[in-house]
Design a protein around this ligand. Sequence first.
Ligand code: GAP
Length: 517
Amino acid sequence: MATQEDNLKDIIGHAKEYGFVFPSSEIYDGLSATYDYGQLGSELKNNIKEYWWKAMVHMHENIVGIDAAIFMEPTTWKASGHVDAFNDPLIDNKDSKKRYRADVLIEEHIEKIKQKNDKEVEKGKKRFGDSFDEEQFRATNPNILRRVEEIKSIEARMKESLEKEDLVAVKELIEELGIVCPLSGSKNWTDVKQFNLMFSTELGSVSGESAKIYLRPETAQGIFVNYLNVQKSGRMKIPFGIAQIGKAFRNEIVARQFIFRMREFEQMEMQFFVRPGEEMKWYDYWKEFRMNWHKSLGLGDDKYRFHDHLKLAHYANAAADIEFNFPMGFKELEGIHSRTDFDLKQHEEFSGKKLRYFDPEINESYIPFVVETSIGLDRMFLAVLASSYNEETLEDGSQRTVLSIPPALSPYKVAVMPLTKKDGLPEKAREIIDGLKLDFNCQYDEKDSIGKRYRRQDAIGTPFSVTVDHQTLEDNTVTIRDRDTMEQERVSVDQLEKIIGEKVSMKKLLIKDAVAG
Ligand code: GAP
């Protein structure tokens, strides 16, 4: 049976073979955890960005977008707390020499206990058949209840130790739980140490402390330092939001699992500025809106769940992740954080500039509170790719690999193929593309048999393939094949724009978000 790792390996292989994602600087054997997006990958990435930008900025009249610089005056990072507190607790295994995040080791241990409970439920299902009541079973089964208590106790101890930065207690917990290194199988651990995740470099040619600058670890600070510029120049009234898409950099201790955790990645963030005291209302609103944004794509509602943060970041008073069922299991895809007035207060103090908003409705000046939504673009890319990847056995016994990418996000929307390379069919196919390319990204394909060409388009997720044959020259009709049903229909060339447009339009998704949100 294929394991989850096999599945991820297949996806990585497919992504490379078809030009979605390549290992970076591969001719030099690559650079760990760094990837380049290829010709189809960048199309898919751009489409995800467009879906996010439209849903967040264009669909909200009180949200605008900016594009701030990656480099910022270094005091920014002192003020934001990243210089002092943007750390991960790391631990090394002395036998394998592998480095781990201590909190992740504990979380993985908890996940294993949860899986034991799930197995207990599966056994119960088999034993009791149709009369099985999962909720009641979970609430009464003594083994499950014991494990739930065990999980609660581990979580409470981890939370307390991390909040107090008691790294000795974190190590003790790892030892008590008998956590072993997945590589060496040993419990021979070093002490737990804090490790700052920011990359730094030097400005200009003079090296020295004063010239040290950082590569931003989140895009959010570019929004905070510009909030009054945007508010004043855009005459924005609270509540309002500022959105941004851009690169972020983190010197991750453990960077692995393909594009899931990288040292250079892209974020799509939105800071929503609200009246103090109203942040929890907006926190709930954005949690729901963002979950609906994901579900509208149709990757499967059961692939998402919320996870409330145990250890809050230094700036937050409430935080939840939207987790996605990746090939490696449920992991964080997006974070929704109530950041209080922490960042703006800090910037006011460190810059000496007033960052208050005058609220004409209540005739008061205050520092707004902020609710942020923050999603990793690369993780979203992986979520789309992984859940779209299917190896199917067809009725005739043949195999096909298909990427059932939501049509609005597919790199190409339609492939146009002349049945043969002669008799004027290529010219007619190009004429059809000329009519469609203003609206859709089209591909022309004339190589190999039609069957092979269909398989190629399935493998890159093109929702439609249009075949031009001799009849086309007579009556201006073509066959249009649907990627998912593989059904073919003969239609007039004049109908193509409408048929394709309806299926690939982002409008439908945006309307769903708005209705649900
Ligand atoms: N401004 C808040 C912030 O940066 P975060 O939870 O640290 O919060 C937000 O990051 C999102 O960025 C995550 O949910 C994840 O999708 C993405 N992300 C974080 N670190 C990443 C990494 N090393 N590689 C890829 N994506 C990452």
